[in-house]
Design a binder for this molecule. Structure first.
Ligand code: SF4
Ligand code: SF4
Length: 61
């Protein structure tokens, strides 16, 4: 499993939706970019992928 970010598509949307929406705190901001900080906590719910306005997040199971 993995969470992939396409930084060429990421528009650093308001409040960084992908980071903000993850209830498991899998994602965080680092140097103004979303990154994975705790992949083990990911439940593969897919919400970060679904809510990203620029389709920059891919959740791989
Ligand atoms: S798939 Fe769900 S649990 Fe995993 S990083 Fe995205 S929002 Fe968080
Ligand atoms: S939700 Fe998408 S556009 Fe917004 S910060 Fe995350 S990857 Fe970037």
């Amino acid at each position: 499993m993995n969470i992939k970010f396409d930084y060429t598509k990421c528009e650093k949307c308001d409040s960084y939706t992908c980071v903000d929406c993850c209830a498991m705190a899998v994602l965080a901001l680092e140097n103004n970019k979303p990154v994975i900080v705790d992949l083990d906590a990911c439940t593969l719910c897919g919400i970060c992928q679904d809510l990203c306005p620029s389709k920059a997040v891919t959740v791989e199971s």
